[in-house]
Design a protein around this ligand. Structure first.
Ligand code: ZN
Length: 354
């Protein structure tokens, strides 16, 4: 059943690559597709597989002198977990971007890969002299590839695989962050032991996708953001998180296609946003973008139409924060917008992610 659609999508993308089709698939915005965005119209062939992601990273590593590609550990099923590393000077401030703790939230990974390519171009000239950048795309590669020890039969995506939130052992990796590393799942253990404990990291943006129906003031959001809300976070760490959020908000909100709300998240230290801020004094920001790449609930799944803008939202976020840390402007970022940023709510009261 997937075969016909797959053939169509391949020929369409070939035509687009040749420039023969100019009127296809231009979305109005990241939020403009209304409440029926799901409908199972998800085609996984537009997404990187784990294997094509590894090829892509190795190609960029070979091209980019400033980039180092590091394996930080292995998934339950033995896949190497990769981190792209740009470390010009250990004393520079350092930011970590993390994607796909939840395997079915892949557009942030697509954006991160594109940003890695940008880091190797002249557009970023000089920027990397004053900031270190660590990027882990696809922490949960087993979930992303649907290579798990439980059934995904009721998932909606069309294509050659399903993508799921959990790791192969049916564990939510974003509930592991307050455990001793000896008790963590392998993916979380790799993140903690070989990245968070090894590098002197100042900032983290944890990139996720939520359902499609969250809104503020009657308008669907393209994403929502939140700083750590654990009571154990030091005030200066929280302030850094709020500044990080300010840079993100002020890069997305003026674009016309993006609309951000404040995420309504828990205060438990098992969640990365909280636990990583508490354990390592890293200023963290959760960014929940709209729509998942696969799910068994229709309204969670984004479909195709907004994909371009959601990838762009990721690239814009990464680009703006790297530049603001590099030029020091993050230090004076105005955090007062947080006082008036409306907390999102959901049109069907059924969705959450983080
Ligand atoms: Zn998530």
């Amino acid at each position: 059943m997937g075969l016909k659609k797959k053939v169509l999508s391949v020929s369409l993308s070939s035509l687009m690559a040749l420039g023969a089709v100019t009127t296809v698939s231009i979305p109005a915005s990241a939020v403009g597709n209304g409440p029926s965005a799901g409908n199972g119209a998800i085609q996984t062939s537009i997404l990187h597989t784990y294997e094509s992601l590894v090829d892509y990273l190795k190609t960029q590593d070979a091209k980019q002198a400033a980039m180092e590609l590091e394996v930080i550990g292995q998934t339950v099923k033995g896949r190497d977990i990769y981190m792209a590393k740009y470390m010009s000077n250990p004393s520079n401030p350092t930011i970590l971007f993390l994607t796909q703790q939840h395997g079915n939230e892949q557009l942030t990974t697509e954006g991160a890969l594109e940003f890695i390519k940008h880091l190797g171009t002249g557009k970023m000239k000089g920027v990397l002299d004053n900031v270190n950048v660590l990027i882990i795309p696809m922490l949960n590669a087993d979930g992303a590839m649907g290579d798990v020890d439980f059934s995904l039969d009721d998932y909606l995506a069309d294509g050659d695989r399903h993508l799921t939130r959990y790791n192969a052992n049916y564990v939510d990796l974003n509930r592991e962050h307050d455990k001793p590393t000896s008790k963590m799942q392998p993916e979380a253990k790799a993140l903690h032991e070989n990245v968070l404990q090894k590098y002197d990291i100042d900032y983290l943006i944890d990139l996720h996708h939520q359902g499609t129906l969250s809104e503020t003031e009657g308008e669907l959001v393209s994403g929502s953001i939140l700083y750590p809300t654990s009571s154990n976070v030091k005030p200066e760490v929280l302030e850094g998180s709020k500044k990080l959020g300010s840079v993100v908000y002020n890069s997305i909100e003026p674009t016309g296609w993006g609309h951000l709300g404040k995420y309504d998240g828990g205060s438990g230290n098992n969640i990365g946003r909280n636990g990583i801020a508490v354990s390592y004094d890293i200023s963290t920001l959760l960014f929940e973008m709209r729509g998942m790449s696969d799910h068994y609930i229709k309204s969670y799944a984004i479909g195709q139409k907004s994909n371009g803008y959601l990838i762009k939202q990721t690239i814009t976020t990464l680009d703006a924060t790297v530049r603001a840390i590099s030029d020091g402007s993050i230090d004076t970022a105005d955090t007062s917008f947080w006082d008036t940023l409306p907390t999102q709510n959901n049109r069907q009261s059924e969705e959450s992610d983080e």
